[in-house]
Design a protein around this ligand. Structure first.
Ligand code: SF4
Ligand code: SF4
Length: 77
């Protein structure tokens, strides 16, 4: 099963990942991070298909996707 991890402290709340997810399983939290942004979270992980569109879309590299024990990180730095 794919595992999506969204780092709350890296997220700036742009909601692009919410729009990108074909499964519509990402939403915004109702609490803010230390920067003052509402951050994205996955609310129905079992429905994730591991497409990685969320990770590719995120301009701040806040999302990691693990599929079949392979960790995908885009533009790691
Ligand atoms: S990997 Fe695909 S299905 Fe899973 S949360 Fe990201 S965009 Fe949605
Ligand atoms: S695309 Fe990235 S920065 Fe924007 S809401 Fe999603 S996780 Fe946060």
């Amino acid at each position: 099963m794919p595992l999506v991890t969204i780092k709350p402290e890296v997220c700036k709340g742009c909601e692009l990942c919410v729009q990108a997810c074909p499964q519509e399983i990402i939403t915004m939290a109702d609490t803010i991070n230390t920067k003052g942004y509402f951050y994205a979270k996955v609310f129905d992980q079992p429905r994730c298909i591991g497409c990685r569109l969320c990770a590719i879309t995120c301009p701040d590299v806040a999302i990691d996707v693990q599929v079949n024990a392979v960790q995908y990180q885009y533009f790691p730095y």
